[in-house]
Design a protein around this ligand. Structure first.
Ligand code: ZN
Length: 96
């Protein structure tokens, strides 16, 4: 999957907006944090351990990793890698 042409991070609104050539999608920061697929979060999910996400959590840093981005959150969580395809998938779920 191609990377988006542009990524806007609106910290005030808690929204990440991805601009692809054929689609623009917005993702909620808290929803992204809940959807984290790092080893720690996968482990918790697998064992049914709740992942506590403050509603006011924000994406503070977006680090490109080639096939996607690494997102750093204001609660200190920084291990999540979000491939482009996964972000598109999350956006599709969010918009129904
Ligand atoms: Zn995680």
């Amino acid at each position: 999957m191609q990377p988006p042409e542009r990524i806007d991070n609106n910290v005030a609104q808690g929204r990440l907006r991805l601009h692809w050539a054929d689609a623009v999608v917005a993702l909620d920061h808290a929803a992204l944090r809940k959807a984290c697929r790092c080893a720690e979060c996968q482990f918790k999910r697998h064992h049914g351990t709740p992942i506590h996400v403050p509603a006011a959590v924000r994406v503070t840093t977006i680090a490109p990793v080639g096939y996607g981005v690494q997102l750093v959150f204001s609660d200190g969580h920084a291990r999540g890698i979000y491939p482009w395809a996964y972000l598109a998938e999350l956006a599709a779920i969010a918009t129904g």
